[in-house]
Design a protein around this ligand. Structure first.
Ligand SMILES: [Zn+2]
Length: 239
């Protein structure tokens, strides 16, 4: 059996379980002990490896400033921030069937669950592990605002955070992604680091891509007041 990353033990010892019954009263009928059930996801070797990489992720402060100057605020400024949030909020993570192979991950608000596309279950390919760490980071951003909705501005924050995280992995490990043909890399994490840090001051390709994927969402929401770029994404006539 593959080794479970050392971070597993530290998470187990720090995990708060008090709120779990409140969050999901149905579990009182479940014969399995609450504690064991709650931590099952951490025993998955792929998730455990991704969490381990996430814990060490440092986002460059100049990248954070660059995104702030575009009107984009990041929900977390390091992987450790996101992991602390996961522990504090009892977020769980598991591989599940998603509705399409292009949906790499999703946050289910009603279950407080980050779902990863089960096509990556048992995958130990290192670039994919890093991409899954980025996907977990993105979905943590959705979990943080504690509502079931998203907006263009909210996606900008999460995707911008992904872009900066991806650059941090490139800096740490070199370009280990270019050889991979996994969809989560080719059509996911690699694209956004290029688009957000595009030298084009108007970021036209970024605007087009986010409009195509998320243009149907409201431009902003209470916790994510829309920036100029969010309005340009929403306004089809802007480019
Ligand atoms: Zn999202």
């Amino acid at each position: 059996m593959p080794l479970v990353a050392p971070v597993f033990n530290s998470i187990v010892s720090n995990f708060q379980i008090r709120d779990y019954k409140w969050r999901n009263p149905q579990t009182s009928n479940n014969p399995q002990p609450l504690f064991a059930e709650q931590l099952t996801w951490l025993k998955d070797p792929t998730i455990s490896s991704a969490i381990n990489e996430l814990e060490q992720l440092q986002i460059a402060s100049e990248d954070i400033r660059y995104l702030n100057n575009m009107g984009i605020m990041l929900p977390f400024c390091s992987g450790k921030d996101a992991l602390d949030f996961i522990k504090k909020s009892n977020v769980r993570i598991s591989f599940e069937k998603t509705s399409s192979k292009n949906i790499h991950a999703q946050y289910d608000y009603s279950k407080n669950l980050i779902m990863l596309n089960d096509m990556y279950k048992n995958n130990q390919d290192f670039p994919v592990i890093l991409a899954l760490a980025e996907a977990i980071l993105h979905e943590c951003g959705h979990a943080k605002d504690n509502d079931g909705d998203s907006s263009i501005q909210e996606e900008l924050g999460n995707l911008g955070m992904n872009a900066a995280a991806h650059r941090a992995f490139l800096k740490k490990y070199g370009d280990i992604f270019s050889e991979s043909d996994a969809l989560i890399i080719k059509d996911g994490v690699s694209i956004y680091s290029t688009l957000f840090f595009d030298p084009d001051p108007e970021k036209k390709e970024l605007v087009r891509r986010i409009r195509q994927k998320y243009g149907y969402l409201p431009v902003g929401d209470m916790l994510h007041p829309p920036s100029q770029i969010a309005f340009r994404i929403k306004d089809k006539k802007s480019i």
